[in-house]
Design a protein around this ligand. Sequence first.
Ligand SMILES: Nc1ncnc2c1ncn2[C@@H]1O[C@H](COP(=O)(O)OP(=O)(O)O[C@H]2O[C@H](CO)[C@@H](O)[C@H](O)[C@H]2O)[C@@H](O)[C@H]1O
Length: 486
Amino acid sequence: MEVLSVASEVYPLIKTGGLADVAGALPGALTSHSVSMRTLIPGYPSVMEKLSGGRVVKELDDLFGVPAKLIAARVEGLDVIVIDAPVLYDRPGNPYVSPDGWDWPDNWKRFAALGWVAAELAMGLVEGYRPQVLHCHDWQAGLAPAYIKFSASPDIKTVMTIHNIAFKGFFSADIFGQLRLPPEAFGVGGVEYYGGVSFLKSGMECADYVTTVSPNYADEIRTPQFGMGLEGLLNGRAETVSGILNGIDLTAWDPTTDKALAQNFSANTINLRQANKQAVVEKFGLDGVDGPLFCVVSRLTDQKGMDLLLQVVDGLVDLGGRLAVLGSGEGYLEDGFRHQSALHPGKVSIFNGYDEDLSHLMQGGADAIVIPSRFEPCGLTQLYGLRYGCVPVVSRIGGLADTVIDANPAALAAEVATGVVFDPNSAQALYDAIRKTVSLYGDSKIWKKIQRRGMKADVSWETSAARYADLYASITGLKNNDDSDH
Ligand SMILES: Nc1ncnc2c1ncn2[C@@H]1O[C@H](COP(=O)(O)OP(=O)(O)O[C@H]2O[C@H](CO)[C@@H](O)[C@H](O)[C@H]2O)[C@@H](O)[C@H]1O
């Protein structure tokens, strides 16, 4: 089975968040299920830099008005097709915003081009290459299923995966005329959404199958609270919507070999983590290594509940905890953590930015990772936390609820607890969860058991890759030649 994955980021070529981790890990996880996956990705500067030895498989004179080359390459273990269109993608900043933080005004065109190339590839743009499934991720790839549906080859199968329903890729209706879609595509069965164009809605409407990244979130987004205006669409096609839980790349995230750690360790040598804790404490300018060290590795946004955490920082410090924050995002939250850090020198510290290696060190050294998200399609940092013995403290929503088992008396007695799970999603409940974590940490025997159990939890792609392979097989009617057990 040949699948073309379409994503705006893929680790390790370009990453701003969890989408990149998933798009980067899935192809490798699928190989043992007889699925060969290539990834179509825009040629941002960081992608072009890493590309070497690629082969131009197509030249386009007019990709939404600009010249482009499609380059096929094997890079960092991934088979990619890169859209080398400098006018669209050779820009500073991250894939979506300029260095001063504003969305690029032609984002609609940059990602319409991504979807259009994906659809054309599926329809035979490059001789000898004919994927059976287009697997589209998030709004940036959301037009591809519409290009297929309104084409001469509507039978090509498409899957749309929602990593974040809040980002709809919404643009004014004015752009429709330039999308290269027939007039009938501007309607309920196409790209139209509240009078404008939504790339995400387009994908969710036009794809043969819609997935999201955890079973619980798949249920939640059918309700008005989490569906954010798309619950009606999802309920209308409930038979073809499901949640497939994310896994993590066990090679990139392996505490026994991770080069970003000051000291490697395993579930059997958990005491060695202390050297990493020391390294985190030093990096963040915090006091000593006694007492629980909480960390945050996150976009600093409302979604992630960072405003709730700001409300309980005083309490966390009073309980004897310290807090190291790695992240960037909304200005008022960055300022808020800077302010807390000034109020609590040696106890609270923020590294405002993005640092992949530091994120690994924090997971390997902090005692607990706090994730008080308001909604969380899956969440990866709690999975990294589990694998690295950094106990997750999470709100009971989305994929967080699917992956962390609360250390309540019954779960502790049954020896299944892997973290602390709280609800409702309020500052008070978060404070109570932090207090509970501090108390659990105080009993080193119980704490180590929780850590060890987390480190042994199955956070691999194995089960979920099999589910994606089965999904591709069922929508195409092609047999999945997979002889593994699932
Ligand atoms: N400042 C920083 N420095 C270094 N690394 C940083 C960082 N800030 C974040 N990261 C890293 O970025 C990733 C974020 O993962 P999340 O699961 O939180 O995804 P995100 O919300 O971006 O994406 C969406 O997609 C993913 C994938 O499906 C879903 O899990 C999630 O729920 C959904 O919101 C992790 O690898 C984390 O370590």
